[in-house]
Design a protein around this ligand. Structure first.
Ligand code: TXA
Ligand code: MG
Length: 315
């Protein structure tokens, strides 16, 4: 990935409006939240979301949390419920993330949910995050702003140490007060504690008036197995193909003759941005098989190949 100059933005109006401008242009901004710094991008923009994975060097497309200004806005993207309302009333804005059914017409990049039919939503409490979300006015995907496998950042300095040259800006909000990630509660089936975090499970159980299931007993929709089956196209998938067989359609990469191309110029970020949409589009044609061009196993190519191997796995 090309190096960009990473701006350090102050916590004033100029800093906020610059951060919102960068998000609107499809750029990446590390924003302070009360838990940890998040690497923010417009959740509707495929290329911007693909760049999150590239900047973090994530070897997999795992689903991201979408950050919103308030609970009313969240309801545009997820199917709301009484339990969601109770938890939002009690803990939002704050370090709680709710996983709810994704609205089909939500208009988010499929990379945000890694193609899952559910979406993680959160309304952060940090004043700068709130101001940025209001100013930007759209849904913001934001994993922790650290390179994959490194410790989550709780200061602007940590973000710069890990991601300088890979993102457009860091909005400097000082130290994050909570310091651990948000608690994630799944509400697509029985209420389930998917990740412990800034709000204690006991507090959540008290508000719900019932115990939270643990992912082992409940159904962790983020579990690799489920991701697999959801993502597998109906058609048989064959990888590293240079010559498709009769009845197969080719999902290309680079300068090849194909039905759809992930990136004709061989750009891995563009290929990641197109991955889920193109797979769905080809699958909708109901071919005998989908053949896929070789994709280099470097940078974002690793995450793309990880996903494609699951799609091609026997089932
Ligand atoms: O405090 C936080 O939540 C921070 C700040 C930046 O908001 N964000 C954060 O994001 O921790 P990240 O990407 O590091 O963690 C997101 C977690 C992942 O473990 C992912 O599996 C889970 O959320 N997740 C996201 N969408 C999901 C879904 N639809 N179903 C189940 N789990 C989901
Ligand atoms: Mg993280």
């Amino acid at each position: 990935m090309n190096t960009v100059r990473t701006e350090l933005l102050g916590d004033d109006l100029a800093g906020l409006s610059r951060a919102a401008e960068i998000l609107s242009a499809g750029g990446l901004v590390a924003m302070p939240t009360e838990t940890v710094y998040g690497l923010a991008a417009d959740a509707r923009n495929d290329m911007a979301v693909a760049r999150i994975f590239a900047a973090k060097g994530r070897p997999r497309f795992n689903p991201l949390i979408v950050h919103l200004a308030d609970a009313e806005t969240a309801q545009r993207y997820v199917v709301w419920s009484d339990m969601a309302q109770k938890l939002a009333d009690a803990f939002w804005p704050g370090p709680l993330t709710l996983v709810l059914p994704l609205k089909p017409d939500a208009g988010l990049s499929p990379l945000v949910t890694a193609g899952l039919p559910s979406l993680a939503v959160r309304v952060p409490a940090h004043p700068l995050a709130r101001s940025l979300l209001q100013r930007f006015g759209g849904p913001v995907a934001a994993p922790s702003a650290n390179p994959s496998g490194r410790i989550s950042p709780t200061k602007a300095r940590h973000v710069l140490d890990g991601l300088s040259g890979k993102i457009e800006a860091v909005l400097n909000g000082g130290a994050c007060p909570v310091g651990v990630e948000s608690t994630i509660v799944g509400l697509t089936a029985e209420p389930t504690l998917l990740r412990p975090g800034g709000v204690a499970g006991e507090q959540i159980e008290a508000v719900l008036g019932q115990p939270l299931a643990s992912p082992a007993q409940g159904a962790p929709i983020s579990a690799p197995g489920q991701l697999n089956s959801h993502y597998a196209p109906g058609a048989k998938v064959r990888l590293n193909v240079t010559a498709p067989r009769d009845g197969e359609i080719l999902l290309g990469f680079g300068a090849v003759d194909c039905a759809l191309n992930l990136s004709a110029t061989g750009d891995l970020t563009e290929a990641a941005a197109n991955l889920f949409g193109h797979l769905h589009a080809l699958d909708a044609l109901d071919p005998d098989g989908i053949a896929i061009s070789p994709i280099p196993d470097t940078g974002l190519g690793r995450a793309i190949n990880d996903r494609l191997r699951r799609a091609a796995a026997p089932r």
